[in-house]
Ligand binder design. Structure first.
Ligand SMILES: [Zn+2]
Length: 44
């Protein structure tokens, strides 16, 4: 059974930071895997 694109995106799991497991807001930059807090930590 085919799902409409809207249904498909609604069923996608929420983006989660692999470092701390925190749920993130959808980012336009898809290359960002970690949340801003963990990214900031890595840059130090
Ligand atoms: Zn994180």
């Amino acid at each position: 059974m085919l799902m409409s694109p809207v249904e498909f995106y609604r069923n996608l799991p929420k983006k989660e930071c692999p470092e701390c497991g925190q749920h993130m807001e959808e980012q336009a930059e898809s290359y960002m895997m970690e949340c801003e807090r963990c990214l900031a930590k890595k840059e130090e």
